[in-house]
Design a protein around this ligand. Structure first.
Ligand SMILES: Nc1ncnc2c1ncn2[C@@H]1O[C@H](COP(=O)(O)OP(=O)(O)OP(=O)(O)O)[C@@H](O)[C@H]1O
Ligand code: SF4
Ligand SMILES: [Mg+2]
Length: 417
């Protein structure tokens, strides 16, 4: 059994309307049936464009959002069914590193207080002396001086603050750390340092990660397995190298074809798959294959009516496409243009477009090297056309943390504040 197993996880947010009485008029299908396994000591990378449900899926594992359906099994225990108090105890074993390091750290607490907080809540360390020693050791591991203890978040750089965020997770000795866009708020020059730190810590401490990113370059080097999400579902999952070498789902193919190749000659010759249409709204997802409104190979008769399940095509390469084999062998003809004309001729699509709110174009930035990233490599990449959600405010993160520690009493707050 894997350390973490998600089976058919759905998170549907009700859409309420009404002045006096709230009526549910629909749902946002943020996560709509995700099954995946994360092995102990490995990294699962989750990629997908903005709004596809990555954060919601991560939060559902920690039960920071209600799970509508499905199970989340950590080390044999189904978290979706755990009563509140037991879930609170389990949260020590599942920690989250947030995108915005400043927003996720209380500016009024010094580092010792921030890092002690979770330890006190979970009964780690018998007294403050013992906790302090442990914090110092962890700060050292994440590359921060021990005099950081008495300092405040604003006194650190963005990269250092993310190290503090990582240290906060580590002091609780978690089994799984969910890193939600851990570097997208950082300068490109420090992104690689933080990714390398996560890598080193994993090797040293045997950590298990779920790394969420909209940028394929970030997850490529650190992930053992990568899952590609589209509109609340996984469309492809494979060992990292296999996914990059041979993407099989049309959506992943389109993402990969956006990879800028450093050689200008190859770059000029290489085939690009440009997608027609906008990302449909998760409140009104297309029927059948969710991708059929944009897929260059879509077949009206099957793709619009029958939802494809993830199928293993060999070697753990799972693809949710009815025609993956035919597309791979080149037997399936295109039904939509894939070149620059795709952008202008999207209206003539063979399969009728489902009406949906326009969002962002499906362009993610994959990596272009096969070695570990270094600062220069990350710096060289073209900025992604899809911005990460930069909308996590300090309040939002504070709410997350409060939700994660619902038992923290006012007295404790006063003490730590
Ligand atoms: N609490 C909520 N209530 C209603 N809808 C929500 C809620 N949280 C998220 N959503 C919606 O669910 C969908 C998925 O959001 P989510 O934040 O999980 O996407 P994401 O893949 O993390 O995107 P990004 O890359 O921008 O962070 C979005 O359409 C979002 O608007
Ligand atoms: S099932 Fe049909 S629409 Fe979906 S990805 Fe495959 S070919 Fe495209
Ligand atoms: Mg997100």
């Amino acid at each position: 059994m894997s350390l973490l197993e998600l089976d058919g996880v759905k998170v549907h947010f009700p859409i309420k309307k009404g002045v006096f009485v709230d009526r549910t008029v629909g749902h946002v299908y943020a996560v709509d049936g995700v099954s995946l396994k994360v092995e102990a000591g490995e990294t699962y990378g989750l990629v997908g464009e903005s709004g596809c449900g990555k954060t919601t899926l991560g939060r559902s594992v920690l039960r920071l959002v209600d799970i509508t359906e499905g199970s989340v099994v950590l080390d044999g225990t189904d978290l979706a069914k755990l009563p509140g108090e037991e879930m609170r105890r389990f949260r020590r074993r599942l920690q989250m590193v947030f995108q915005d390091p400043l927003g996720s750290l209380n500016p009024r607490q010094n580092i010792e207080s921030i890092l002690s907080e979770g330890m006190i809540a979970h009964g780690v360390g018998k007294d403050q002396e013992e906790r302090r020693e442990k914090i110092k050791a962890i700060l050292d591991k994440v590359g921060l001086p021990s005099n950081a203890l008495a300092r405040y978040p604003h006194e650190f750089s963005g990269g250092q603050r993310q190290r503090i965020g990582i240290a906060r997770a580590l002091v609780l000795e978690p089994d799984v750390i969910i890193c939600d866009e851990p570097v997208s708020a950082l300068d490109v020059s420090v992104q690689a340092q933080v990714i390398n730190l996560l890598d080193e810590l994993q090797e040293e401490l045997g950590l298990t990660y779920v790394v969420i990113a909209h940028d394929l370059a970030v997850v490529r080097h650190i992930s053992d397995t990568i899952g590609v999400m589209y509109l609340g579902s996984l469309v492809e999952e494979a060992p990292s190298d296999a996914l990059y070498a041979e993407p099989k789902h049309p959506y992943t193919k389109a993402l990969m074809s956006a990879v800028p190749v450093p050689d200008p000659e190859v770059e000029d010759r290489r085939e690009r798959i440009l997608l027609t249409g906008d990302l449909p709204s998760p409140a009104n997802p297309p029927s059948g294959c969710r991708f059929h409104t944009r897929c260059p190979w879509a077949r009206a008769e099957r793709c619009a009516t029958e939802r494809p399940q993830l199928r293993d095509l060999g070697g753990g390469h799972r693809v949710a496409c009815h025609f993956a084999e035919e597309i791979e062998s080149g037997k399936l003809a295109l039904t939509r243009p894939t070149g620059t004309e795709a952008v202008t001729e999207g209206e003539d699509a063979v399969v009728e477009q489902t009406e949906g709110e326009a969002k962002v174009p499906a362009v993610l930035l994959p990596a272009d090297s096969t070695t570990k990233p270094d600062a220069t490599a990350v710096e060289e990449k073209v900025p992604s056309a899809v911005e990460a959600s930069g909308d996590r405010t300090a309040d939002a993160v504070a709410r997350d943390l409060d939700a994660a520690e619902p038992d923290r009493s006012d007295k404790d707050r006063e003490k730590t504040d």
